[in-house]
Design a protein around this ligand. Structure first.
Ligand code: EPU
Length: 347
């Protein structure tokens, strides 16, 4: 037990990280600490700073690939709390602790009659991790609800707050993956939700799931239930089949390149973007190349969704990245498209 500042932080040494990443990969960290307050987080950052160790924050580890041991202090982020900080007309602003479970927050918001997050149900991970990759599903992205993100600067302990525009959100991207990568630990996220429903059900899989309600007014609760049903049927539960969700991002091509690709592969699903570019389904390309349900050495591609790599007991992050590299190479050969890995690789 080490004491820094006023708050004690319990630093564990040489800890195995397998329980702390949803791919259940084997790796160890020089040191590991759990923090439940900003003071504990500050103390942990100072402890690492004094030892010249880098800080690696982890929520539920649901979007990381541990490809080796980490020469770092891993900080398990468990800062809790949901606070109503503003209410104007139908708009309610919540400040949510970074350690809160994302899906529990979505469920809670539905129960409170606070709408907006229903399309983002059942996404694994914490609230603090959500802005980093701007989580998105079924036609909705987190960026539409973020009012501000609060964080601690690892090097100085300074508290910083970023507005939504300062977060530079884009598809599976934010400033936390760019210029500010490895510099901050997010402590809380301010989210703006609404008491008025604003339904988004144009995404094909969601529209199909809700087809039983033709002409009727769809409620956010029904959208929530539909998203939970789709995700449960297609995406493996990490507790049963360790995975990190989509392993690759969907590639986005400028209009001219997109129409050439669509002409070569007319069945390839594409989603036109407001700027004229088209986002294509990487899962379809991977399946077309014959990888769906592929299995080797206790690693594989999920039988129900080709974008999801599964660890069936291999536990070696480098081998998993090797398989991902071969999948990307075959997509490059067949489609001339470069796939990019979605989760953050450490080690
Ligand atoms: N498809 C295939 N083969 C498959 C799976 C899907 O051909 O094995 C086809 C589907 O038929 C569909 C298209 O690919 O036409 C898109 O599939 P899906 O609706 O499942 O979505 P996705 O593009 O594969 C993205 C996100 C998911 C998110 C869903 C729903 C990325 C990288 N992934 O997947 O996010 O849940 O849309 O919005 O953008 C994640 O990021 O971890 C994640 C699961």
């Amino acid at each position: 037990m080490a004491y820094y500042g006023r708050s004690p932080v319990r630093i564990l040494h040489g800890e195995a990280l397998q329980p702390f990443n949803s791919l259940a990969l084997q790796a160890s960290a020089d040191a590991l600490v759990t923090v439940a307050t900003t003071e504990e987080l500050l103390a942990a950052c100072r402890w690492a700073q004094q030892r010249d160790l880098s800080v690696v924050p982890l929520g539920q580890g649901s979007n990381v690939v541990l490809a080796g041991d980490l020469n770092a202090l891993v900080v398990l982020q468990q800062i809790p709390g949901i606070e109503l900080i503003d209410q104007r007309g139908d708009t309610v602003t919540l400040r949510v602790g970074a350690g809160e479970d994302w899906h529990s927050l979505v469920q809670w918001s539905m129960e409170q009659g606070l709408y907006g997050l229903e399309n983002l149900a059942l996404i694994p991970g914490t609230v603090g991790a959500a802005p980093i990759q701007n989580i998105g599903a079924y036609g909705v992205e987190l960026k539409s609800f973020v009012h501000a993100v609060h964080a601690i600067a690892i090097a100085t302990g300074e508290q910083v707050s970023l507005s939504a525009s300062e977060c530079e959100f884009a598809y599976r991207y934010s400033v936390f993956k760019g210029r500010l990568q490895d510099r901050l630990v997010i402590t809380a996220v301010d989210l703006r939700l609404s008491r008025r429903a604003d339904i988004h059900i144009a995404y094909p899989a969601l529209a199909a799931q809700l087809a039983d309600f033709p002409g009727k007014e769809i409620t956010p609760q029904q959208v929530f239930a539909a998203v939970v049903a789709i995700r449960s049927s297609k995406l493996p539960d990490p507790a049963v089949f360790p995975n990190a969700g989509s392993f690759f991002k969907n590639p986005q091509l400028p209009a001219a390149q997109a129409s050439a690709l669509a002409a070569r592969f007319p069945d390839l699903p594409g989603y036109p973007q407001p700027d004229g570019s088209v986002k294509f389904a990487a899962a379809w390309m991977i399946e077309y190349c014959g990888w769906k349900a592929y299995r080797e050495q206790d690693l594989g591609v999920h039988p129900e969704h080709a974008l999801v790599l599964v660890n069936y007991g291999n536990n070696d992050g480098r081998q998993l990245l090797g398989l991902a590299g071969r999948i990307a190479a075959s997509v490059r050969e067949t489609f001339g498209i470069e796939l990019h890995i979605e989760p953050r690789v450490y080690g």
